[in-house]
Write a protein that binds this ligand. Sequence first.
Ligand code: NOJ
Length: 577
Amino acid sequence: MTVNEPAAIEPSTWGPLGGPRTESGGAVDTAHRPWWRDAVVYEVYPRSFRDSDGDGEGDLDGIRAGLDHLQDLGVDALWIAPWFPSPMADGGYDVSDYCSIDPRYGSLEDAVALLAEAHARGIRVIIDMVANHTALDHPWFTAALAAPEGSPERERFVFRDGRGPDGNEPPNNWISAFGGPAWERTTNPDGTPGQWYLHTFAPEQPDLNWTNEHVRTDFDGILRFWFDRGVDGIRVDAAPAFFKTPGLPDADYGGDLRFRSGEWVGNPHWDVDDVHDIFKRWRRVAEEYDGDRVLVAEAVVASPERLARYLAPDEIHTAFNFEFLKVPWDVGLRRVIDETRETLAPVGATATWVLGSHDELRLTTRYGRVDSSSEVGVSPDIPSDLALGTRRVRAAALLMLALPGTAYIYQGDELGLPSVDDIPEDRLQDPIWERSGHTLRGRDACRVPLPWHGDEPPYGFSPDGAISQPWLPQPAGWGALTVEAQAADPGSTLDVHRWALHLRRELPAFRTDDFAWRESPAEVLDFQRGPHLRCVVNLSGEPITLDPEWDVLISSVPLDGPVLEHDAAAWLTPRTS
Ligand code: NOJ
């Protein structure tokens, strides 16, 4: 990487009036600009971030111990994946108590201390709210199972009689996201077969009934509980699943029994229009608080237009951009950037760029493949050129971080970690493995604990000497990928991220919505953010010559003169002399 010292940039002298200027020449709108519009958010998967007590699983004190790294990296906020008590049937997305912390992670006091410490460092915290479903041992569900059919307790969930003479068939044909039917039959206290309950995800995740006013009111209280403790935002898990078409009619899957949430139109259990009432209500709760508390939707839906509905001005503030996350490393990136911007403009929402998460193949592995489109699950049989993947990860970081809007970095992507696709089968934890009849390995490959220092597992994830392997085994050979090793290496993937984030904070262009493509060949992405910042990404497979009128602020690979090699990116600023 090459980089000019940001100190030389002197942002305050950029505009003739001493302030930043928009592309049209006008001064930047100084009206209130919520923090999240331009924030870089770092996803913490708590079980795999850092283990402070040596039990092989991450915890809240581990996150506190990692704040130095996150502050050095320069992120604005954390999104912490579910930290509530959970049987971990789906990695914490099965919640037993929404107002408490899983003992493996710590206590409520630890959470409050973490919030305070993060805030003291200028880092905000978004938590994950899993409100489409609970865990099997949530008191609401155990009460529902113990209560008779038609009782108020059962009304909190979606219980129905089965079809067929003995009720042996599920109530309808709906399928679950993790494979198989979306219904599970209960057993009555006397041992006879009982009603069925709906689970959009695993059977251990019974769906709540969001037409029930008690459910709605209770979640208003749960949101306030966390806002009162200082959380800055809520990620809304599985937002399109909350509402189901009344009467629960059969779905028309057209013979394709795969969960195609990104393609379904008119599906009775996904993206049903009435879902929006719920999030308008959540927005009103968020607005009871100062500090621009933010709602972030996880909403995989059939089209940008459907997504925009979640982002109406009185609803959810931002939503992950799954198109960007799934598109291959090729010219399709330009199309996705354009479509995103066109879709969001009418509702005035900001874009949210994401390249990885705890649900996806690691970016380094994906970008090293011949077909670099995303797919859930891992196949050890698909080869990946990790050197090429790493190169592209660095370029992609400069691309993503140069785009207007919010950017999300999944833990470990700043280190360029690859997927671990050879976890022994008896160590796999993701329910997808069991539910797919051992045909899909699931998402554990991207959840392997982070390497912090050292040359062998657990690489400082757990205290030295405490354990030999964490809850998901780490591979040999990660010594050069640790935080410590990369922090000391001026050409590392971590270093590119740090400098890019540093520049992003320094340069006023990043606090505007300015964006304009420059003329370029299709395989070269070239855009400006106002007059003083330009990003060039070379997807052509060949070296390209950089514009001599512009100086390089940062590049994803070392530059040899004004030449940008293949699969590389650079940020430029106009030459002044
Ligand atoms: C989306 C989460 O990211 C994923 O990990 C989880 O399995 C499902 N929602 C169900 O809660």
